[in-house]
Design a protein around this ligand. Structure first.
Ligand SMILES: Cc1cc2nc3c(=O)[nH]c(=O)nc-3n(C[C@H](O)[C@H](O)[C@H](O)COP(=O)(O)OP(=O)(O)OC[C@H]3O[C@@H](n4cnc5c(N)ncnc54)[C@H](O)[C@@H]3O)c2cc1C
Length: 330
């Protein structure tokens, strides 16, 4: 497996299984392999790899490079970059695809630097243009798209969640697993993580959620989020936010959706008290349907919304919760 034809996906795990985004990237890599006749490899860095390699193969990997080490129980820049660079040496990929998550966005530029190549961050599309891999990403605050290709190899890119469908797993698929040693001993790491603290709700479900309820400055305070949490619980949704409430400490930073936050592409996105700035829409514009609740009928979000409610969320949201509960027979 070598040269431009191999696409390497760096796997991320969610609850000990390949994340939805990782499966989407494997689907994308398979599409690219279909065009070039190339292969798909996955890098698996985990404290326990049991059963995960076969999941990656079922989702499209031909070969899994697996490094099992307690160090990979959670993300750590140095050890992940070292291990990913080692795998790239073995796999010699033409492209390295990484999820555009908090850790993926940390890893990709470091890995590109280590490999002496460039990086395209936050891509929404990867295709072939004139026989060259081309990466499309938002620019100018999400108001325009640019398509870039690489003069150096491999092409390292982070890809946003929800841009590609994850193929249904094929449990009959066969692939190879190449176990590798962790290249860096703990003593070689220059940064030691002393403590990790998770937000009570760190928004981990956001990218995976079919319904997202997001609040903005229009909530006027943290108590507005308690109401959105009730709506989310009724709908089985995840809660997100625009940047302003995160900056103001009304909700965890990890809830931020947008250009400098997370990217979600749920079936339904309910934006409450959010004006619809380009920076925000860059993270949710791909939702199948947007419902906007806003007191200002001129708010930009109504241009993107399939359904709009002009009104005060404090009246509308409780009424919506009541109606949904009635429909659900609660
Ligand atoms: C480099 C850069 C990166 C950025 N990245 C991001 C990002 O990742 N994500 C992000 O969100 N922003 C980001 N921003 C900020 C972005 O430009 C906007 O400032 C921000 O999205 C606005 O947040 P908002 O819609 O909550 O607030 P506002 O624009 O103030 O909108 C609040 C809305 O609430 C409505 N409202 C008020 N009261 C009520 C009520 N009672 N009921 C219903 N509606 C009500 C108002 O009519 C208004 O439309 C970024 C900015 C920069 C410069």
């Amino acid at each position: 497996m070598s040269g431009v034809l191999c696409t390497l996906v760096i796997a991320e795990l969610a609850q000990g299984r390949p994340s939805k985004l990782t499966c989407e990237l494997l689907g994308l890599a398979r599409n690219l392999a279909g065009t070039t006749g190339g292969a798909v490899a996955a890098a698996l860095l985990a404290s326990h790899t049991d059963g995960i390699a076969s999941e990656l193969i079922a989702h499209g990997a031909d070969r899994v490079y697996a490094i099992e080490h307690p160090m990979f129980g959670s993300y750590h820049s140095e050890s992940w970059v070292g291990a990913a660079a080692q795998i790239c040496k073995d796999a010699a990929p033409g492209a390295v695809l990484i999820g555009h998550t908090v850790s993926g966005a940390d890893l990709a530029p470091r890995l590109a630097f280590r490999l002496g190549t460039a990086v395209a961050m936050g891509c929404e599309g990867v295709s072939f243009v004139a026989d060259k891999l081309a990466f499309t990403r938002p620019c100018f605050g999400g108001n325009a798209r640019q398509t870039v290709s690489f003069k150096t190899a491999p092409a390292v890119a982070t890809v946003r969640a929800g841009c590609y469908d994850a193929p249904a797993p094929d449990r009959e698929r066969r692939g190879e697993v190449t176990p590798l040693e962790q290249p860096l001993g703990e003593e070689a790491l220059r940064v030691k993580v002393i403590e990790r603290r998770r937000d009570a709700d760190d928004g981990a479900r956001l990218e995976e959620a079919a319904i997202v309820v997001a609040g903005g400055r229009g909530l006027n305070g943290p108590e507005g989020f308690r109401l959105l949490e009730r709506l989310a619980a009724t709908l089985g949704a995840a809660v997100g936010a625009s940047r302003v409430p995160c900056d103001l400490g009304w909700c965890p930073r990890s809830w931020q959706i947008g250009l400098t936050g997370r990217t979600v592409q749920p079936d339904l996105y309910i934006a409450v008290g959010i004006s619809g700035a380009g920076h925000h829409m860059a993270g949710c514009g791909g939702a199948k349907a947007i419902v906007a609740v806003n007191t200002d009928r001129e708010a930009a979000i109504f241009k993107d919304a399939r359904f709009g409610v002009v009104g005060d969320y404090r009246q509308f949201v409780p009424a919506l919760i009541e109606e949904v509960r009635k429909l659900l027979g609660d």
